[in-house]
Design a protein around this ligand. Sequence first.
Ligand SMILES: Cc1cc2nc3c(=O)[nH]c(=O)nc-3n(C[C@H](O)[C@H](O)[C@H](O)COP(=O)(O)OP(=O)(O)OC[C@H]3O[C@@H](n4cnc5c(N)ncnc54)[C@H](O)[C@@H]3O)c2cc1C
Length: 557
Amino acid sequence: MSLNHTKTSSSFYMVLLLWILNLVGVLATVIPKRDVNDTSSGVAQDCQRTKVVILGAGIAGITTAQALSNNSVTDFLILEYKDHIGGRVHSANFGTGLDGKPLRVEYGANWIQGLGDPLRRENPIWTFEKKWNIQNHFSNFSRILTYNETGLTDFSEEIEAFENALAAMGERAGEILEDNLQDPTVRAGLSLVGWKPSQRAYPEASDAVEWWLYGECYINGEQAVTPEDSSLVFNAAVSNFTFLQFNDENNFVIDQRGHRAWIEGEASTFLAPDDQRLRLNTIVERVNYGSEGVIITTNDGSCVQADYAVCTFSLGVLQREDAIHFQPELPMWKKTAIEMFEIGVYTKIFLQFPHTFWPADKEFFLYADPYQRGWYPIWQSLDLEGFFPGSHILFVTLTGELSYRAEKMTDEETLEEVLAVLRSMFPGVEIPQPVAFTYPRWSEIPWAHGSFSVWPAGTTLEMHENLRANVYRLWFTGEHTSASYFGYMQGAWFEGRDAGSRISGLITGTCVGDPVEGECGERVKHDALHGTTTEDEYNVENGWDEEGFKNGTYGEK
Ligand SMILES: Cc1cc2nc3c(=O)[nH]c(=O)nc-3n(C[C@H](O)[C@H](O)[C@H](O)COP(=O)(O)OP(=O)(O)OC[C@H]3O[C@@H](n4cnc5c(N)ncnc54)[C@H](O)[C@@H]3O)c2cc1C
């Protein structure tokens, strides 16, 4: 077969190739040795070849490539949807600064959370932010005033009561983990230590405080899912890994290069300015994988053939039926893990006003709505020394269902609701029309489909290992595969480093990770994860109506 195809014949062979790969991919599940890397037909030679193809150039993708590079594996290719790297560390121009130019605000990751101590353990993200001189300022969560629909109202007592409940809940979570007890929801955990908002003297204030502080302890704004939906053990643990292991300081980034400047800085340590190993504006559509290699097809119809692929797409992208076509279909253990975990939505809504009408010395304003928990609850001023003084900028954060709702609304509809809340919070004050207004729609952004992953109740560490595990030569990494730091930038970084180190080790035949920490070789997976009740225990003695559920089928008589 000639390799000098005409354009028509090469697209014909591409179609043929994809068809064959479908077939081979299916076979790979049965006969793993015979898979997509089998180029005996010659057709796969049209694809660009590399050792490792990295899908996505967010923190995890760039860090995977850096780890490969550090371990002398330089034959890799990074494919990225957008025209720049950084992923969910994503900013936009907004309003006007004092110099008349737009200000850069962060739509995505804004805080370096848990800075750490160089003498103890430092958050690696903090190390990079210092290395690349990222401008940031300490967020002082105690500079707060509290409001309800009648205006300024002090509910500092609720804040104190909730902080005590949180501490008690954290201790209980530790006991549950140590004793291997079943993991309840955060809601149950709070109730068990006596925190029941609806039974407190001022339920709306309790709700607002809980929304804010449950979130602040994890990721400012209740981890983007409700306490009813969240795992107690794993949410307490993720908070401890960051805020106890590093420290409880949060710094807010205001860098006008955009927060992603640190990622660009790190990328520049191993990628040349026009490095051909980074392909931007490239949408991955199809992933054929097997035990010998992978073939990736992109939106321009071209393909890349590699020994390994590392998929860093968000959980939101992985959960979309219409985003990436995996061939063969991912195995049930993998699909189950992808569906069991959740991606939260967290929306920052930015407003710039002609003047500042809120207390100029305060950073946060917490609003307790009389009807709806989480209704435009936390407002943050950027018109402060250390942030953007003189900017008259406020932003308000929504999460979860109310984020989904707002992300479906028009700017005009959202602005109307936002201004109504401000009028309630500041009665007697003329609230001006903003001169600038913007917010991202994270749930709808095709390269993200959500903000960050969350750990729901009813899942286990083993299920998370399945989320993290590779399927043959197809690897998965990103913030969502981090058991200890999911949701945070540091999660994406640790996981990218882990994937890059393990794959380098597999390629070079040496363990370049730390075997003691289990960083070598393939990742752990579980084909079947069992519950605690065996079939014979579903009996009348245990309160189970055997007549209604026989032979595994409901309703059989
Ligand atoms: C609103 C918001 C607030 C946050 N706040 C904080 C915070 O304050 N502190 C903190 O530590 N973390 C925060 N995070 C989380 C942090 O941003 C993430 O944990 C981290 O950036 C995830 O990096 P990643 O590499 O795992 O994934 P991503 O950054 O999502 O990287 C994946 C890459 O894959 C690309 N991609 C997707 N689909 C395709 C495709 N089909 N083809 C090619 N490329 C594709 C994407 O464009 C992206 O560049 C926040 C995130 C959001 C959204």
